[in-house]
Design a protein around this ligand. Structure first.
Ligand code: PXP
Length: 246
């Protein structure tokens, strides 16, 4: 099966918040992305509410037809909203107010105590728990012990490398993906992926079952429309026709 595509629509809200308008509407964007083939809608409710707002989470919970994946920090206020709105999946990510976007994976050693207390609460509510981690096998083993069901591998470092410099990082991601799978967890990846760098990862790491991609899709949408941007990304998740190589 081809890997699934989670479309992160945070930056639709970024555009709206830039002017304090009612448009563009993340609910409309989610519907359009799903219509074009998105398998999941991903949003990040940040503590500073720089893009997605509480009302968006509540509305999207009602309208998303596929799966709703809520990225969030280990913050009590956000945990409360997540348990109340009950997305299908929660992905715990690190968060710093001054960062432009999520930098690095979760520090599992630091977060272990909090995670062990709250993961069971999410699972009791049938919410799948995913942790956003660097491709680090020790961190992945610890995540399994803490009860995570899915690991999203942080591909930020891979995404920053030039095509000729990617081999070592791909090896690291491959080892991480194999380890996640061997522990019986789902393998997801995301961050910094775009129309240029996705295909190599899809070919080299077939263990990855789902990708969460945001910025590049929304950027492309400003040129070709959201539906076309989603369709183009979905195509990159399909196997190359026989005889065609990268
Ligand atoms: N996955 C996670 C856990 C993220 O935090 C983000 C950024 O919000 C993404 C995927 C999407 O990253 P990008 O916008 O760079 O595609």
């Amino acid at each position: 099966m081809n890997p699934l595509l989670g479309v992160n629509i945070d930056h639709i809200a970024t555009l709206r918040q830039a002017r304090g308008t009612r448009y563009p509407d993340p609910v409309a964007a989610a519907a359009m992305a799903e219509e074009a083939g998105a398998d999941q809608i991903t949003i990040h409710l940040r503590e500073d509410r720089r893009h997605i707002q509480d009302a968006d989470v509540r509305l999207l919970r009602k309208t998303v037809m596929t799966q709703l994946n809520l990225e969030m920090a280990l913050a009590d206020e956000i945990i409360e909203i997540a348990l109340e709105t009950r997305p299908d999946v929660v992905t715990f990510v690190p968060e710093r107010r001054e960062e432009v976007t999520t930098e690095g994976g979760l520090n599992i050693v630091k977060a272990a105590k909090q995670l062990s207390a709250i993961i069971p609460k999410f699972k009791e509510n049938s919410i799948v728990v995913s942790l956003f981690l660097e491709p680090d096998t020790l961190a992945i083993s610890r995540a399994k012990e803490l009860g995570a069901q899915t690991i999203e591998i942080h591909t930020g470092r891979y995404a920053e490398l030039a095509p000729t410099e990617r081999t070592d990082e791909i090896t690291r991601i491959k080892a991480a993906a194999a380890h996640i799978k061997s522990l019986g967890m789902r393998v997801v990846a995301g961050h910094g992926l775009n129309y240029e760098n996705l295909r190599t990862l899809v070919r080299e790491v077939p263990e990855i079952e789902e990708y969460n991609i945001g910025h590049s899709i929304i950027a492309r949408a400003s040129f070709v429309g959201l539906a076309q941007a989603v369709r183009e990304m979905k195509q990159l998740l399909e196997p190359l026709p026989t005889g065609v190589s990268l």
